[in-house]
Each structure stands twice: as C-alpha cells, then as structure tokens.
Design a protein around this ligand. Sequence first.
Ligand SMILES: O=C(O)CCC(=O)C(=O)O
Ligand SMILES: [Mn+2]
Length: 204
Amino acid sequence: MSGPGLFPESGPIIETDGRAELHPGFLDWRRADSLLDALLGEVSWEQADLVMFGRKVSEPRMSVWYSPDGIDYVYSGTRRAAHPFTPAVSEIHGLVQEHTGERFNSALVNLYRDGNDRLGWHSDNEEINGPEPVIASVSLGAERFFDLRHRDTGEIRRVLLPHGSLLVMSGVLQQRWVHQVPAMKKVRAPRVNLTFRLVKRPSD
Ligand SMILES: O=C(O)CCC(=O)C(=O)O
Ligand SMILES: [Mn+2]
C-alpha cells in the first residue's frame, strides 16, 4: 500500500460483509490506451432517463447495456435494451474472464464525459444480478474516485480507480454496502467503465 487505502497497489479494499479487490495493473497502459480509443470510437452511447420520486430525470453520464443473450436490464423504472458486444467490449470480456476465472455474459458500459458526470449511491442488487453477484469492473481513462459505504455502520472506503485497473466485487457486498462515483469538477478527460456481470432472465 502506498497510502491509507487510497492508492493501493493491489489487493483487497473490503473483506468484511462482502469483498472488493483492486487489480491496478490489469491492463498495461498501451493496451488500456488503445482499448479506450476503440471504445470511444465504436460504442453508440445512450442517454438513459430514470424515474425518481415520480419525475423523469436524465442520468448524468452516458451508458450502454451489452448482453449477447438478449437479456434486457431493468432498474429504477428504466429498461435498457440488450446489444451484442462490440469488438473492444468482447476483447476486454475475454481478458476479464481469463484473469478472474469467472464467467460473465453481460456488461453495463458507462461513459463519464468529464468530472461533472457521476453515479450516485446504489448497489447492484437487482434480481437479475442474483443474490451474491461477482461484478468485474474495468476502468479506462480519467482517474475517478470510487466510494463504498456500509449500509449499517456508515463506514466509507474511498479508492482512486486507475486507467487499466480491474475492481472485483463479490459475496454479499451488494447487500451490505452501497457504492458511488462522485463528481470531480476539475477532471476534464473522459472515463469509460465496464462492469461485467453474469445475469439470468428475471423470473417475472
Ligand atoms: O463507474 C464505476 O466505476 C462504477 C459503475 C457502477 O457502479 C455500475 O455501473 O453499476
Ligand atoms: Mn454499481
């Protein structure tokens, strides 16, 4: 560790009530640069609208839901249509499966255009993700904070997610902790994040 948990070289960030583990050098810089360029060029970003307190609001970021099996993703009153993987998403998918030894069949890909784009407190606890999902989250581009907050104790862990890093969340983490990507107004550069998941068709 090179700091009090903020810039960990590698390893666990959370080991109680679920697990979160950071692999900063998952992709070397050259590969991370070329995959970021490829994604910025080939992804058809969508602006999703959520329903919050009965009002429609636009998410402060762009995103796309990839599920080659054609399973749509429904959350916060919005339905995200399934798309087949693009070549770069497919390449990263292969690397993530190889590195983790886990199988994933979908990815939510987010574009934070600059430091004003953000993602509020939430957990990935929808039925489609299953009760103890393994979620593998790849970061490319601008470094952004990622915060985890324990639902009962209020404890907060903050990490900076580097270009080319992989964060793996597992166990009961989505039940016991929430997470967010806060705004960082000074950041001018874009960041792309891919969260790989193993989803099943909802039983409704
Ligand atoms: O951008 C990130 O690092 C997190 C993304 C995330 O939490 C999500 O897509 O559910
Ligand atoms: Mn999430």
